[in-house]
Design a protein around this ligand. Structure first.
Ligand code: VGL
Ligand code: ZN
Length: 228
């Protein structure tokens, strides 16, 4: 059984730019996300259902938002001659994969997907807001030492279990759950509530393997619902 009062559901980067298509409030019909994760929008239903359940069980829903200034170090367009998929060396963060411009602070692409029920979240944690440092993990920026403050918050709340889902399996979800186990949380990943970029090819499979080896519990939303 899971003690709901000591658990959080961590919904990672369920934003328009990581989804294949989205609608904006201004009525612009449908646009593709800048860094669309195949079937990324399919994570909303399990996350909403489990979010409601976790909150009812006395736990919390916490959502992260990738939140980059324009010209961010992770944007290929910010580096002469580079294209998405190339890498650069980042002084603080080591090897940095370059992406199309995405999740620009305040842009429609950075907003939560309109089918994600964010009202239930008690905290929205923004990350990647420093121009020269990226942050895949919800706990530490890519230098592996600058804290986002999430660990302190969870400790303050007496949280011992982190249940994670969202986007993308092989980047922000992977780094978040590896940090969570390393920090001592009982950590679960919801296989039905994550989707991956799979770049480079095989990285989703490799991510699941790395999670398993690190001691992350691979489960799904129905199984967790049943044990809350
Ligand atoms: C992500 C690449 C760049 C993610 C964010 O949310 O997994 N991936 N920025
Ligand atoms: Zn990003």
């Amino acid at each position: 059984m899971i003690d709901g009062t000591k658990a959080i559901l961590l919904a990672i980067d369920v934003q328009n730019d990581f989804c294949p298509a989205y609608t904006t409030v201004s009525g612009v019909p449908r646009r593709a996300g800048a860094l669309a994760v195949p079937k990324g929008d399919e994570v909303m239903e399990p996350l909403n259902r489990l979010g409601a359940r976790v909150v009812r069980a006395g736990g919390r829903l916490i959502a992260t938002q990738d939140w980059h200034p324009s010209g961010h170090i992770s944007f290929a367009a910010a580096h002469p001659e580079k294209v998405p998929g190339d890498t650069v060396w980042s002084p603080g963060g080591g090897e940095q994969v370059l992406w199309p411009d995405h999740a620009v602070q305040g842009s429609p692409g950075a907003a939560f997907h309109d089918r994600f029920e964010a009202d239930r979240a008690s905290l929205i944690l923004r990350k990647g807001f420093r121009a020269d440092l990226d942050s895949y993990s919800a706990f530490f920026e890519n230098d592996r030492k600058t804290s986002t403050g999430l660990d302190g918050l969870l400790r303050g709340l007496g949280v011992t279990t982190v249940i994670a889902g969202g986007l993308a399996t092989d980047y922000c979800v992977l780094y978040s759950v590896l940090d969570a186990v390393r920090l001592g949380y009982t950590t679960m990943v919801l296989i039905d509530a994550v989707r991956g970029v799979d770049y480079p090819e095989g990285s989703v499979e490799q991510a699941f393997r790395a999670m398993g080896e690190a001691g992350v519990i691979l489960t799904d939303s129905f199984e967790v619902e049943g044990s809350l």
